[in-house]
Design a protein around this ligand. Structure first.
Ligand SMILES: C[S@@+](CC[C@H](N)C(=O)[O-])C[C@H]1O[C@@H](n2cnc3c(N)ncnc32)[C@H](O)[C@@H]1O
Length: 260
């Protein structure tokens, strides 16, 4: 059922972290669209961060209950943050609580990409050590982490969040500007999201979303004060029951200035 543009509360109310992991991140049927996209995301983050990518403190924006986006950076980075509704699922994984969703197939995939320099359980252990904080945030606010004392980060990472969080292009611009204030001069912004979707399905509920064209992503990033270091588009799309996107993009931007 089409529900128009959702408010953030509506979106989060429908967002079931466990169901989300099971649908998109189970690495089950080898040829599913979800697996192809997941493999692309993991490989792309590996190429961006490994080896010798950006170093220092990382803030992961809109993590959801996931850890996959931190796997290639977890040797160097220290922080992850996300919205409250899904924090519990991630915290369960971090604390190794019984019944936690099994993220090990993604861990193994990334370890293989890295030549098994560190193996599965070792990588999971390291990631559990370096995720130092899980906190609430809202990219629609000018102070996305308002009230949280946090030093500017060396790298901000955000996958599949910007479009979910923004009602329109203006909101997307504002979110990018808000994120910029969390970065050190010289720090990197790493983004990935779907392109040109008009709807998204969150657990049986279909929501309208604003369509993000590649040119608009680049223009919004530059307008928000970043230089664009890398911008790639692939044609892979989700199944039509999930979204009508036309491909996905990944972007590496940089906040001008020198890092201390
Ligand atoms: C589709 S999930 C993506 C999760 C994960 N980053 C990934 O790559 O699978 C969208 C995420 O955006 C987050 N989100 C939605 N609105 C937000 C907002 N205003 N500020 C920050 N995060 C938001 C949700 O909590 C959810 O975790």
């Amino acid at each position: 059922m089409e529900s128009g543009f959702p408010s953030r509360d509506t979106y989060l109310r429908h967002f079931n972290p466990r169901g989300f992991l099971e649908k998109y991140y189970n690495f089950g049927s080898r040829h599913s669209v979800e697996n192809q996209i997941l493999r692309h995301l993991l490989t792309n983050l590996f190429k961006i961060f490994f080896p010798g990518g950006a170093e220092g403190d990382q803030v992961d924006i809109g993590s959801g209950p996931n850890i996959y986006q931190l796997l290639s950076v977890c040797l160097d980075f220290t922080q992850a943050h996300q919205g409250k509704s899904t924090m519990q699922e991630l915290e369960k994984w971090l604390k190794k609580e019984p019944g936690t969703f099994d993220q090990s197939p993604m861990v193994t995939y990334v370890c293989d990409l890295e030549g098994n320099r560190v193996k599965g359980l070792g990588k999971e252990g390291k990631l559990r050590q370096v995720v130092t904080q899980v906190m609430k945030h809202d990219v629609t606010q000018s102070q996305a982490l308002s009230g949280v004392p946090l030093s500017p980060a060396d790298c901000l990472l955000s996958t599949l969040c910007l479009q979910a969080a923004s009602l329109d292009l203006l909101a997307c611009h504002a979110a990018l500007r808000s994120l910029r204030s969390l970065l050190k001069p010289g720090g990197f912004l790493v983004l990935g999201d779907a392109l040109k979707s008009s709807y998204n399905t969150v657990f049986e509920q279909r929501f309208s979303i604003f369509s993000l064209a590649p040119e608009a992503v680049e223009a919004a990033t530059k307008e928000a004060g970043y230089t664009i270091e890398q911008f790639e588009v692939i044609s892979q799309s989700y199944s039509s029951t999930t979204s009508d996107n036309e491909g996905l993009f990944s972007l590496v931007g940089q906040k001008p200035g020198r890092s201390e």
